[in-house]
Design a protein around this ligand. Structure first.
Ligand code: PLP
Length: 428
């Protein structure tokens, strides 16, 4: 990788996103496979995939070449007009998606895909309440921050946005401050599903448009559902006629070892939102995959929603090429996921580690309070010094990028799919 001129961040006009992730005093200038380099010439093994996006790694020639070919033909077409790259990508997505999903509505970001899914659900159901989960993340727009279970993100918008109303929260499954006392994963699944049914019955099923859930929690800490939970969720949604929207913005496109996390969990959603990995982040693209009856309803009763850059042909060409690449990369995830899991689970023997959880190439390691040995839960952690920043900074000094999380002390490890066994060993 070439060395670049140093950039003075302190004097720049750029305002940072996701300020709660702590100060990141590096400027990335180059990427190659699973590695990135900063402006000072330091190289890092990137176990964040840059916000869980760059699944195929940096500098993938097939994706770059597909984008260049598309740029040579036509670089932009109105989103109200069809373009062949978009049609090809829609067909490829329907091929690899869970069987229940056939139609696609494209967006630009994961937040906008979730916004669209909520709007479609509320209109189709003629109901407004949305069920979601504490310690989830669904986006940075008013509505999606409003269904996000991370108090630090939700509260600032909730206090002054009417659009976030009619949202009810369900508890996560593990981690600090657990809501259910259960002796086995099966009992946990039963308790969590019974609680969901209790909420539905007391809320009034007819008032509920949708349940939105990640299949494996994302930036909130890779929470996995206990076995049998999602089967009950599907049954309850059918019984009470509630649409099940699965947010696969992180878990889509091989991150859990299958094309989608829903397939890993044997779950058939009514809608599935995706972003990030669809193009391996070579261009911004997102969307909502949905059941044909919802697609037909949109065709018949066209909702006047859309975005100028949704389904941009260059982004869609990147998407088709990325999906072709994943055909080869997903077997690598499947093959190496047990190694990553074993190595991380060895950390559980360390007295500072209280939980290790995840699927495929998406894991969280949670740390205990050194004095009590217990998990730490503090929704105000972002206002003071977050100990996670220290852990992330030490890893960075050692040449590995990992993600930080709240409101407990946890880090996430989500490598690109092109890593090998030695990379995993080095990072862990
Ligand atoms: N949903 C999940 C699970 C996410 O992790 C994210 C972003 O990190 C989003 C939605 C929002 O996506 P975007 O940042 O592209 O708007």
């Amino acid at each position: 990788m070439a060395q670049r001129e140093q950039v003075e961040v302190e004097e720049s006009s750029v305002l940072a996103h996701f300020g709660h992730m702590g100060d990141t005093p590096i400027t990335i200038t180059d990427g190659d496979g699973a590695y990135v380099r900063d402006s000072a010439g330091n190289e890092y093994l990137d176990f964040t995939s840059q916000l869980y996006c760059v699944n195929a790694g940096h500098g993938n020639e097939a994706i770059v070449s597909a984008m260049n070919d598309q740029l040579d033909r036509v670089q932009y077409v109105s989103s109200a007009v069809h373009n062949d790259a978009r049609t090809r990508l829609a067909d490829r997505l329907a091929d690899v998606a869970p069987n229940s999903l056939e139609d696609v509505f494209f967006s630009i970001s994961g937040s906008e895909a979730n916004e669209a899914a909520l709007q479609i659900a509320r209109q189709f159901q003629d109901a407004s309440t949305v069920l979601t989960r504490w310690r989830s993340y669904h986006g940075g727009t008013y509505t999606t921050a409003g269904i996000t279970g991370d108090a630090a993100i939700r509260l600032p918008v909730e206090s002054h946005a009417q659009t976030t109303g009619n949202v009810k929260f369900l508890p996560p499954f593990q981690g600090a401050d657990p809501a259910f006392d259960a002796d086995s994963p099966e009992e946990l699944a039963e308790r969590a599903a019974d609680h969901l049914e209790y909420v539905i019955r007391n809320q009034g099923p007819d008032s509920i448009a949708a349940l939105v859930t990640e299949v494996v929690g994302g930036s909130s800490g890779a929470f996995t559902a206990p076995p049998g939970y999602f089967e009950r969720v599907r049954d309850l949604c059918d019984e009470y006629e509630i649409l099940l929207i699965v947010d696969e913005v992180i878990t889509g496109f091989g991150r859990c070892g299958d094309w989608f996390g829903s397939q890993t969990e044997a779950l058939e959603p009514d809608m599935l939102t995706f972003a990030k990995g669809v193009t391996s982040a070579y261009a911004p693209l997102a969307g909502v995959l949905m059941r044909p009856e919802l697609g037909d309803a949109l065709r018949e009763d066209a909702m006047d929603i859309g975005q100028t850059f949704a389904g941009n042909p260059v982004a869609c060409a990147a998407g088709v090429a990325a999906i072709d690449e994943y055909e080869d990369f997903i077997p690598n995830v499947r093959q190496l996921a047990p190694t990553l899991r074993e190595k991380l689970e060895e950390l559980e023997r360390h007295p500072a580690v209280c939980d290790v959880r995840g699927r495929g190439f998406h894991w969280a390691v949670e740390f205990a309070d050194p004095d009590t040995g217990e998990p730490v839960f503090d929704p105000r952690i972002e206002h003071g010094h977050n100990p996670v920043d220290d852990i992330v900074a030490v890893a960075r000094e050692e040449g590995v990028l990992i993600g930080g999380g709240r409101p407990s002390i946890q880090v996430t490890l989500s490598p690109p799919f092109c890593v090998d066994e030695r990379d995993i060993e080095n990072a862990v």
